[in-house]
Ligand binder design. Structure first.
Ligand code: FRU
Length: 722
């Protein structure tokens, strides 16, 4: 865009190249050339090319040809002679170049326009002036211009025709000049030496330089000086007007240069505007009478031209500066643009890079998810092959099987183990994650590991384990592992698992992680949040073997994390371990054995339990204790009443209390009564029967029996007579 702007700004209007072929090089030509230049100032699209032939036909022909060759659009020519230059002018014209013939004429018709003064009239007027000046009587010499040049011919004709009208005027000599001063000087000098003593009244030189050359010859010869008349009447120091003013010339005639007018004609032609084919320039005689005024005027004009030229000089300097500044601005703009483009490019590059990075990470994440998913899909059936197989191998049936059958089973087992290893390796290679070692033991596991109970039923008091898994086979398999030792509950997703956990308050939960409706992590969180279920240990059993998955599992509150395929022994050991390490509050009421009681003096026993339970359970137990103590004396108080007061069902209360204390609520209620009775026996004066009723026993004999069962001694022994 910026380069386009630059181009459009530097592109100018079409330039007109105008060739100017001058026949001579002198002050008249100089004046005309500078007028042409000033004229060109008014047209930005004009370029002038000058050539001066120094009065040589040959040179002028050559110069015209080469101007044409350089590709000028128009030719201005002042031909040296009438006939000699015509072929060159014709050639230019024939090439379609417009030609303006100026001031001197030619014999060809091949020109576009002519501009010049009337040389015949000029000669004629000078003839008339001379006759008048000499009072119709006198001898004159005519010194001609260049032979064959049209002004010389026409001026001569005009002059002689005018003189012919005045018989008293005698032309004693017509000498050949060539417009230059030295030639005139030499010619006149020669004539004077041949015609010594002849009295001459006036010399007409066809231009001022010729007239001055003649004067010089006369002065040198020491002859009586005649009057000298010339033509050109140029302004300036050596110009004809000053010569007349200084009386070196008697008269001159202003030969108009009009370079500006000439240039306008050229531009009109080039621009296809209407123009005059023949322009006759008007002029005037310079004599002693008007020389002073004319000099003043011409000098004023020259001064103004000079100012104009200076102005132009300044203007072009400013334009140059402006051009430079514009170029600078465009260059700066281009640089800024390029810089911006570069910055945008760099920005885009980084954006693209970041996008690719994001995409790669997203892809990696998807890949990871995919492999996790696949591994899950593979591990589950593998668990269901490996586990039951192990179980089978440990049964007596199998030990009694034939060697061949045993061998075949070993093959199957070795290959499921191999498959497990391959899946782990695949995950390692694809994801680059860490695979836990949890199942490494499978490879070294020996077939003679401890026997898992087959269809043995657990006893009534066996702890309850809740299995939560969406895969029915896994549930069945887990049940088969657990049912020998535990009573088993099943749920197919986290939501159902949560319901069962609240209703049944199991002793332990084994849960899958990836499940519909509610996943294992959320399920685990919910279990740990709820007052009723918060104490239940949770084992997450999952195919998500990566370390970060395990961390997620523990963060959700899980107590253990086992990866599939798993070893049944490991699972059973973990369950057992978790149940064993449950923090149970055995002595809730601070009861003391009978021996200790006998040794100690009577005092209020500490209510604080010997070991502190976890805070959340502490809150539950405190609530339960308070409830029991408040209603201790009510012999009709049932477990249902207590559960209702706690906002729980009988089962919920039973399980929760059993899990936390190892005792049933009924046991705890009785223990509370006996503990209170023990205190009263020590601290009060109430009778045993009174105490029995006060702590909620329906009969004193039953109280005594229970007391003896609890403490190994009868209440009467505590109450020693004072
Ligand atoms: C200038 C000049 C003038 C003269 C004219 C004739 O070159 O010699 O002095 O009047 O040409 O063409």
């Amino acid at each position: 865009m910026i380069f386009g702007l630059l181009a459009s700004c530097s592109q100018e209007e079409k330039k007109y190249r105008i060739g100017v072929s001058q026949c001579s090089d002198d002050i008249w030509r100089d004046k005309q050339n500078s007028e042409l230049k000033i004229g060109a100032y008014f047209h930005d699209n004009v370029e002038l090319r000058f050539a001066a032939a120094f009065d040589s036909d040959e040179r002028q022909i050559q110069q015209i040809d080469s101007l044409v060759e350089t590709g000028i659009d128009l030719l201005i020519v002042a031909p040296n002679q009438v006939s000699t230059i015509s072929p060159a002018i014709d050639r230019a014209y024939d090439k379609g170049i417009p030609v303006i013939v100026f001031e001197r004429k030619t014999n060809t018709k091949k020109y576009t326009a002519y501009m010049g003064a009337d040389n015949y009239e000029m000669g004629h007027l000078m003839g008339e002036y001379v006759a008048t000046r000499l009072n119709e009587h006198g001898k004159i010499i005519e010194v001609m211009g260049l032979k064959g040049s049209s002004p010389a011919i026409e001026r001569h004709n005009g002059f002689r025709e005018a003189i012919a009208q005045h018989p008293g005027i005698q032309v004693v000599a017509t000498l050949q000049g060539d417009w230059t001063e030295p030639t005139a000087y030499n010619t006149v000098k020669q004539w004077l030496s041949k015609n010594k003593g002849e009295q001459i009244d006036l010399v007409f030189g066809m231009n001022d330089r010729t007239a001055m050359g003649a004067r010089k010859a006369f002065e040198e010869a020491g002859a009586v000086l005649p009057l000298f008349c010339g033509i050109d009447g140029l302004p300036g120091e050596n110009g004809g007007i000053r010569l007349v003013q200084d009386s070196l010339l008697d008269a001159s005639y202003i030969y108009p240069t009009h370079g500006d007018q000439l240039l306008q004609l050229a531009v009109d032609i080039l621009e296809g505007k209407p123009y005059e084919k023949e322009t006759n320039l008007m002029s005037a005689l310079v004599t002693q009478d008007n020389a002073r005024v004319l000099l003043m005027e011409s000098e004023e004009i020259m001064r103004q031209s000079h100012s104009l030229e200076q102005l132009h000089e300044k203007a072009s300097q400013y334009l140059n500066q402006l051009g430079n500044q514009r170029t600078l601005i465009f260059v700066a703009l281009a640089a800024i643009f390029l810089l911006l483009a570069l910055l945008v490019g760099i920005y885009m590059y980084y954006l693209q890079k970041a996008r690719i990075q994001d995409e790669r990470m997203e892809m990696e994440r998807e890949q990871l998810d995919f492999y996790t998913q696949v591994s899950h899909e593979l591990r589950t059936p593998l668990t269901l092959i490996e586990g039951p197989l192990d179980q089978l191998l440990r049964t007596n049936d199998f030990r009694n099987a034939s060697d061949n059958a045993q061998e075949l089973f070993s093959i199957v087992r070795r290959n499921t183990q191999r498959l497990t290893r391959l899946i782990n390796k695949m995950l390692d290679a694809q994801v680059g994650g860490t695979i836990t070692d949890d199942n490494a033991h499978l490879e070294t596991q020996n077939l003679a590991s401890p026997e898992t109970a087959g269809n043995v039923k657990p006893d009534e008091d066996a702890p309850t384990v809740l299995i939560v898994d969406d895969n029915a086979d896994i549930r069945t398999y887990l049940r088969s592992i657990l049912q020998g030792q535990y009573s088993v509950l099943e749920a197919e997703d986290g939501k159902r698992g949560l319901e069962l956990a609240r209703e049944q308050v199991p002793d332990l939960i084994v849960s899958d992680v990836m499940m519909p409706v509610m996943n294992g992590l959320e399920f685990c969180q919910q279990v740990k949040k709820d007052d009723i279920s918060s104490h239940i240990p949770v084992i997450l059993l999952t195919a998500r073997a990566l370390e970060k998955h395990q961390i997620e599992g523990y963060e959700s509150g899980a107590d253990a994390y086992i990866t599939k395929p798993f070893s049944p022994e490991l699972l059973l050991a973990r369950i057992d371990n978790l149940l064993q390490s449950r923090h149970q509050l055995k002595d809730l009421w601070g009861m003391k054995p009978a021996e200790q009681l006998a040794e100690e003096p009577a005092k209020v026993p500490s209510k604080a339990p010997s070991t502190a339970p976890a805070p959340i359970e502490d809150a539950f137990i405190s609530r339960f204790k308070k409830m029991v103590e408040e209603r201790l004396s009510d012999s009709n108080l049932s477990v249902e009443d207590l559960a209702a007061d706690m906002g729980l069902s009988r089962v919920q209360l039973y399980r929760k209390v059993k899990a936390l204390t190892g005792c049933t609520p009924v046991d705890l209620l009785r223990k509370a009564r006996l503990a209170q009775a023990q205190r009263l026996l020590q601290e009060s004066t109430l009778s045993v029967s009174e105490i029995a009723y006060q702590v909620g026993f329906a009969s004193p004999s039953y109280f005594t029996k229970c007391y003896k069962d609890e403490f190994g001694t009868v209440p009467g022994e505590v109450r020693k007579p004072n």
